[in-house]
Ligand binder design. Structure first.
Ligand code: HEM
Length: 414
């Protein structure tokens, strides 16, 4: 596939030229290397995200053999048992039930109530960062702020005690590595072991919350397990907590790093934002989310044959068969010139900005209000407190494509 190669660092560093070529081609092409059908244009990605003939899983309609897929190896059983019990890997009616039970914690009102806590945490992290860089030396915005903030927020929301939080990031990073296209047996074994440890830890914490509930989401979820009616099974409780801890920070860390880097490499937009922070911060965050998407690709299984194409553009429709896997390229859709004027320019005043970074349809990101609030708080506070924020070097992207972000973002803050 011309330039499309998620296993190559060159592609991950800058996938946008390959996305341009894909959008100019047929509505879908089969990529031999990944075994996936690629969907790169905005109207098709947005439509397919809402198409109920696709699923995040297929196990609710077929077993592995009849779907034409290999049964996952036994060593991955703990991994799939954990992931398969979270809403992201369930389809209705289970998905509807799980999402309803957790949604109340993420309404814009509940999230707004967290704002002062997020601001305090951000202030503390920035105090430390600014102090460390007060002599003009480079400090890392990813390790110093972008990473610790969302981890702390989601851990506090769920009720993971402070002393245990250092366990979370390695478990979550090990599990998320499995979502990359080139995950191998070593990654799989590590992820399965992290799932076992994470699950055991959460089961013990849930048992403590059952006898002595506190004011946190885990206590609420434990109460739901024990309630009559709308229920969560004990395994779904664990799957839900693991999903929230992983989804709740992996994407936010990378979206914050990518977003600030986009701003810093467009100095005229940086100046523009500082001149009207109150007016432009909201649209600037949306543009950061669009421009260099931290979640450039999500997958779907084809549960019955579909035909992909935009007849109005004169497309030759492409049939994608039952059992196939689609790669929905959000990062490409976000640069589609049929939707975004001058899509490769970074414009902090862009409106409208209907990017697909949080997905769409029934799996639309549950944490989007929280992620937006965290990013707004971090970027707003950073620009208010550090008028001369500047990069010291060109940062490097990590090898991952499914969750795409920077190793570090070295800056001066004096
Ligand atoms: C900038 C940060 C974030 C980005 C870019 C992001 C992106 C996404 C995307 C694209 C999906 C849908 C995947 C698909 O359709 O296959 C999703 C789902 C989800 N996200 Fe996020 N996310 C972010 C932050 C968060 C946060 C902070 C939380 C929670 C605390 C969260 C929780 C979830 C959950 C629970 C789902 C599954 C929803 C469902 O299946 O119904 N996310 N996220």
């Amino acid at each position: 596939m011309d330039g499309y190669d998620p296993s190559s660092q060159h592609f991950v560093d800058d996938p946008y030229p390959a996305f341009d070529k894909l959008r100019a081609g047929p509505p879908s092409v089969f990529d031999e290397t990944t075994g996936q059908w690629l969907i790169s244009r905005y109207p098709l990605v947005a439509g397919l995200l809402r198409d109920r003939r696709l699923g995040r899983t297929y196990t609710h309609v077929a077993d592995h053999e009849s779907f034409g897929r290999e049964r996952p190896p036994d060593y991955l059983a703990p991994f799939w048992a954990t992931i398969g019990n979270g809403m992201l890997d369930r389809e209705p009616p289970d998905h509807t039930r799980l999402r309803r039970l957790v949604s109340s914690a993420f309404t814009p009102r509940r999230v707004a109530a967290l704002a002062s806590r997020v601001q305090r945490l951000t202030d503390d992290l920035l105090d430390r960062l600014i102090d460390a860089g007060s002599d003009g030396s480079a400090v890392d915005l990813v390790a110093g702020v972008a990473e610790p903030l969302p981890v702390t927020v989601i851990a506090e929301l769920l009720g993971v005690p402070e002393a245990d939080r250092e366990l979370l990031r390695p478990w979550s990073a090990t599990i998320c590595r499995m979502f990359e296209l080139n995950a191998d047996r070593t990654d799989g074994e590590a992820a399965a072991s992290a799932c076992v440890q994470f699950g055991d830890y959460l089961r013990q914490l849930a048992a403590r919350r059952r006898t002595s509930p506190t004011d946190d989401l885990l206590s609420d979820l434990v109460a739901v397990v024990d309630a009559d009616g709308d229920r969560l099974t004990p395994d779904e409780l664990i799957g839900t907590c693991v999903l929230l801890l992983n989804a709740g920070h992996e994407a936010t860390v990378n979206a914050t790093g990518n977003g600030v880097w986009a701003l810093l490499r467009h100095p005229e937009q940086h100046v523009r934002l500082r001149a009207d922070l109150d007016g432009l911060l909201g649209p600037a965050i949306e543009e950061m989310l669009r421009y260099d998407c931290a979640t450039p690709m999500f997958e779907r299984w084809v549960l019955s044959d579909i035909t992909v194409g935009e007849p109005a553009t004169g497309d030759e429709p492409v049939t994608v068969p039952f059992g196939a896997e689609l790669a929905l390229l959000f990062g490409s859709a976000n640069r589609d010139p049929s939707v975004f004027r001058d899509p490769d320019s970074f414009d902090i005043g862009r409106a409208p900005n209907p990017h697909l970074t949080f997905g769409a349809g029934i799996h639309f990101c549950l944490g989007a209000p929280l992620a937006r609030m965290e990013m707004t708080t971090v970027v707003g506070s950073l620009l208010r407190r550090v008028p001369n924020l500047a990069p010291t070097t060109e940062p490097r992207y990590k090898p991952g494509f499914v969750v795409r972000g920077l190793h570090s973002l070295p800056v001066t803050v004096r």
